[in-house]
Design a protein around this ligand. Structure first.
Ligand SMILES: [Zn+2]
Length: 71
């Protein structure tokens, strides 16, 4: 018998800006640095533009202040 596929295997991240566990509207996020993520809402608010056709960011959000915090 096959085990039921689990939907809880998607990666969980914590937004470095708003500290949300994950964007409830979208699973998309911007990777500021390895292990550091910005949720979709925050990335858009910071000027990011997501190209859903390419599944990648057409315009990267501004994260200079976050990088300074990480350093
Ligand atoms: Zn956020």
């Amino acid at each position: 018998m096959e085990p039921a596929p689990s939907r809880s295997t998607r990666p969980v991240y914590s937004c470095v800006s708003c500290h949300a566990g994950a964007d409830p509207v979208s699973d998309r996020f911007f990777e500021v640095a390895p292990g550091t993520h910005l949720c979709f809402s925050c990335a858009m608010r910071r000027g990011g533009e997501y190209d859903s056709g390419c599944n990648d960011w057409a315009v990267r959000p501004h994260v200079h202040d976050l990088l300074r915090t990480l350093a």
